[in-house]
Design a protein around this ligand. Structure first.
Ligand SMILES: [Zn+2]
Length: 364
């Protein structure tokens, strides 16, 4: 462990220096010398979540997921409009309604299909990604490349919610919190099941994450295609929303795919494990172990092209909101800069990363 860490730190420091030079040159091209130096310095010493967390608009470049769901960034994001005929985006102040265009179109289709299933007047959309993806200041480990989206387990009301209501409306859990990992039968309905399975039915959807109790309920009750049930994966949280993850879109050469789900319905040992004590136990600490200093993900830990994405000029919100002028958006100089970095740095991500998309909660 110690050796591994030392190795990673050494490599990180060397790559960081190289990236600092690259980023300074890139930033100089866009912003001029003094400001560029400042950006490069900040990138070297500031956690990546702070760099990506404060960018308000996407890069003005072709859409590209870069890296892995939990370790990457996104070029050329588009936003889902805050209001559509069959959806509303929630928690607008978080500014996380940005995604790959394939994700935004899927959500719009899903919202129409949801209405056909009897899911009120559409869906409430939670977090997708930040304008340039990347790590977030709060919340998720994944959602970094524009191919993850959270959908509330509450339907869109007929009347549009006010901006305040979108901030304050409480989440409603589908679990009976007085019991261990048990769905609340007063809240969970057949329509909830149909909605989750509709999401899983799209070929471009890779996984759908739900709470283990919800997966168990589906295992016990779902009479449709049991193969599709395999895409529905149990994970912590996800009891008041579920999470849709898409495959890397075709042609997205710098998007790192996740290992395929194993065939079958997943109603097996892998589900039973969540109902054992193991995943909920406090991590054991050896008595003489040195405390591990937390280490934030830095820009230099992400694919190299993410520095170019961060430094690229911004698109305007209007031009980058899906369904307005997005289709007419021209490629820009930023495309060439990002593509140039991509071409020289493909395939430098580890394989073993990040199966769990959300923070581990304390057991209630
Ligand atoms: Zn999520």
């Amino acid at each position: 462990m110690t050796l591994e860490k030392t190795g990673a730190e050494k490599t990180g420091a060397k790559a960081g220096t190289l990236r600092k030079i690259g980023l300074a040159a890139l930033a100089a091209a866009f912003f001029g010398g003094a400001l560029a130096d400042g950006i490069a310095h900040a990138a070297e010493s500031t956690p990546a979540k702070q760099l990506f967390g404060k960018v308000r608009l996407p890069s003005n470049s072709a859409a590209a997921p870069i890296g892995f769901y939990a370790k990457g960034c996104m070029a050329g994001a588009v936003a889902i409009p805050t209001d559509g005929p069959t959806w509303q985006a929630m928690r607008l102040s978080r500014n996380r309604r940005w995604g790959n265009p394939a994700m935004i179109s899927l959500l719009e289709k899903f919202s129409r299909d949801a209405v056909s299933l009897g899911w009120g007047s559409g869906i409430l959309i939670g977090d997708i990604s930040q304008p340039r993806g990347g790590p977030m200041l709060t919340g998720h480990a994944s959602h970094q490349i524009g191919l993850d989206a959270d959908i509330w387990f509450q339907a869109k009301p007929a009347q549009p919610l006010s901006a305040e209501a979108r901030e304050d409306m409480p989440f409603v859990s589908m679990l009976d919190k007085s019991k261990f990992l048990t769905v609340n039968p007063k809240r969970w309905t057949k329509t909830h099941a149909n909605l989750v399975m509709q999401a899983a039915s799209y070929p471009q959807v890779e996984r759908v994450f739900v709470n283990p109790a919800i997966k168990k309920k589906l295992c016990e009750t779902w009479t449709g295609d049991r193969g599709l049930l395999g895409k529905v994966r149990p994970v912590y949280g996800h009891d008041e929303h579920f999470h849709i993850r898409m495959h890397c879109p075709s042609g997205a050469a710098n998007c790192k795919a996740q290992a395929a789900v194993t065939p079958g319905d997943g109603c097996d040992k892998s589900l039973a494990w969540w109902f054992s004590k193991e995943p909920w136990a406090k991590p054991t600490v050896k008595p003489n172990a040195k405390p591990v200093k937390p280490r934030f993900t830095m820009l230099s830990d992400l694919p190299k092209a993410c520095a170019a994405v961060l430094a690229a000029p911004a698109a305007s919100e209007t031009s980058a909101t899906f369904g307005t002028a997005y289709a007419a958006q021209p490629a820009s100089d930023a495309d060439a800069a990002i593509q140039n970095v991509i071409n020289t740095t493909a395939g430098d991500l580890p394989d073993s990363d990040i199966p769990i998309p959300e923070a581990r909660p304390t057991l209630q």
